[in-house]
Design a protein around this ligand. Structure first.
Ligand code: GLP
Length: 264
């Protein structure tokens, strides 16, 4: 794992945007895996800036999002489709038909078939070149709650109490938070060729330390990223504050700059 510690949220977001920009410039029709939540908002702002000011071209880019609340329509202001449109897609030259999120309104009896078709679409697009993930307070990536199989695939999941509480800040009242979601599985996420793992703020420090430096366990889905050969973890100082090997990560990052190579 590359672990990059930036002094604040803005610097963290810029570092992540640079990685995505370099990929798009190398492979115009790349497939991006995208995430929602407050963490990647700064990254999306920076990508919008790069599009507007530097002409970063999204016209051939294809995207797949990690997850969607089950029961919410794309027009619902708290749906992840709505979030992606408002925070990114509406402001760049991506083709809407190239942007994919799980459909939160699939009838329950068609869910299994639908989830398989989401996986098929990813395969047909050539697989995900670069996946962005954040981390939930309980260690989830996507909506893979504690106990998710490390080989899990796209499926319907029940949300954990902590997640419902954490995410209730976006809803009028806690009763409005959906209890289920469709999420890519841990196994699906691990198939991406490269992964960027973002976290910021003091609140994430303890779970980030467990995910990066603790044992791999299905109780903290993000810990499985330790098995992936090409993960870049980008944190702000606060989220990195409980890491034991902070100084080593900083030393490696400086060394990378000297030799001009990324050290995973
Ligand atoms: C949600 C999403 C996750 C995200 C997490 C963290 O539960 N399903 O993909 O990583 O929230 O959210 P935030 O970035 O707001 O802390």
């Amino acid at each position: 794992m590359r672990v990059i510690i930036k002094k604040n949220y803005e610097e963290m977001s810029k570092e992540a945007a640079e990685i995505i920009k370099n990929l798009i410039q190398k492979k115009a029709n790349c497939v991006l895996g995208l995430a929602t939540g407050s963490t990647p908002v700064g990254l999306y702002k920076e990508l919008i800036r790069m599009h507007k000011e530097e002409g970063l071209d999204f016209s051939q880019v294809i995207t797949f999002n990690l997850d969607e609340y089950y029961g919410l329509s794309p027009e619902h202001p708290q749906s992840y489709r709505y979030f992606m449109d408002v925070n990114l897609f509406n402001h760049i030259n991506i083709k809407k038909e190239n942007t994919h999120l799980p459909d939160g309104k699939v009838p329950i009896e068609k869910i299994e078939q639908y989830c398989e078709s989401y996986e098929d679409m990813i395969k047909k697009a050539g697989g995900i070149d670069l996946q962005v993930v954040g981390i939930g307070g309980d260690g989830h990536i996507g909506f893979n709650e504690p106990g998710s199989s490390l080989n899990s695939r796209t499926r319907l999941v029940a949300l954990d109490e902590q997640t419902i509480r954490d995410n209730s800040r976006f809803f009028e009242k806690i009763e409005d938070v959906p209890r289920f979601a469709i999420t890519m599985g841990v196994g699906t996420i691990l198939e991406a060729r490269e992964i960027i793992f973002l976290a910021n703020g003091k609140k994430k420090a303890s779970i980030v330390a467990k995910a990066i430096e603790g044992p791999i366990t299905s109780q903290i889905s993000a810990s499985v990223l330790q098995l992936h050969p090409k993960v870049t973890v980008i944190l702000d100082e606060e989220a990195a504050s409980e890491l034991k090997r902070k100084e080593y990560y900083k030393f490696v990052y400086e060394a990378e700059k000297r030799i001009g190579l990324k050290l995973f």
